[in-house]
Design a protein around this ligand. Structure first.
Ligand SMILES: C[S@@+](CC[C@H](N)C(=O)[O-])C[C@H]1O[C@@H](n2cnc3c(N)ncnc32)[C@H](O)[C@@H]1O
Length: 271
């Protein structure tokens, strides 16, 4: 039995630190997370956990709570179109506009790294080596657990079967064990992963040519969506492109981004 006050404390903390909203009617969705924390700290009840967190939240306790609360669902080449459009349409245009420049991309809620690595694999597959050598991707997330996995670049058999075409598995992965696959160093060295909170982080100005920020805004309320989108826009270079998740759009949100179609695929550019 979890008391209302305990639910509210954790729901408020998760909202402040990730933007994810747990309305009181959804508090039951916190049950497994709270119970997991009780077990992790070898406590006997949610009330004891509440007392522990109310007293002081150390950096480790914060990381554990955030790691447990976030939904890190992701897979290689999720939705396919963002990656084919990046390689076939967006990147050729960016390279023409920025010849000789290093092309910087950002996977702004990268989870365990599949999105950033998919961007790099499809670019390596479609560009000349000299062009690919100028590309890099930064991957960031609030979940330190997800980031550790992204940095390691090691995936299970099940994970490499989700979305990754067989020829890319053969080309870009080395099988370490029957159920363990390591991404190739030529891809891994082009990706840099670090902790960054889209609600509280200090966004760099005019840095990125391409930003993928997918399947995170759906968890945010309107105010946070607008705040994140305007900050992402600040981080885009002139002519830079923002790509959102398939269920996400700017409808009803006031931002300084303008939709830009590549065939039937919608992206957003800084006005
Ligand atoms: C559902 S995953 C999406 C991963 C990937 N972008 C994709 O579309 O496959 C959402 C990610 O957003 C991260 N996240 C949640 N709140 C965040 C925040 N405030 N700042 C940065 N990342 C956040 C979560 O940790 C999680 O890894």
């Amino acid at each position: 039995m979890i008391r209302e006050e305990v639910y509210k404390f954790f729901a408020d903390y998760i909202y402040k630190n990730t933007g994810m909203v747990y309305a009181s009617s959804d508090y039951y969705r916190l049950d497994s997370r709270i119970n997991e924390l009780v077990k992790f700290f070898s406590l006997s009840s949610p009330d004891e956990l509440y007392s522990l967190y109310k007293k002081e939240i150390t950096l480790d306790m914060r990381a554990i709570l955030i790691n447990i609360s976030t939904n890190n669902e992701t897979y290689f080449f999720r939705d396919v179109k963002p990656f084919t459009t990046l390689a076939k349409k967006i990147m050729p245009e960016i390279m023409t506009l920025n010849p000789n420049e290093e092309i910087k991309m950002w996977s702004a809620a990268s989870s365990t790294g599949q999105e950033a690595y998919s961007m790099l694999m499809c670019l390596k597959n479609s560009l000349e080596d000299s062009a690919f050598s100028k590309m890099s991707v930064e991957g960031s997330d609030v979940s330190t657990k997800a980031l550790d996995k992204a940095k390691a670049g090691i995936y299970s058999g099940l994970e490499v079967q989700r979305g990754l075409p067989a020829q890319l598995l053969v080309k870009f992965f080395q099988q370490l064990e029957p159920e363990k696959w390591q991404i190739d160093l030529s891809i891994q060295k082009k990706a840099k992963f670090y902790e960054f909170n889209l609600l509280t982080g200090l966004f760099p100005s005019d840095k990125f040519h391409v930003i993928f920020c997918r399947n995170i805004l759906i968890y945010q309320d309107k105010e946070n969506k607008i705040k994140i989108l305007n900050n992402l826009s600040k981080s885009l270079r002139k002519g830079g492109v923002l790509i959102l998740g398939s269920g996400e759009s700017l409808v009803g949100l006031e931002t300084n981004l303008q939709s830009c179609m590549y065939d039937d695929f919608t992206t957003y550019k800084k006005i």
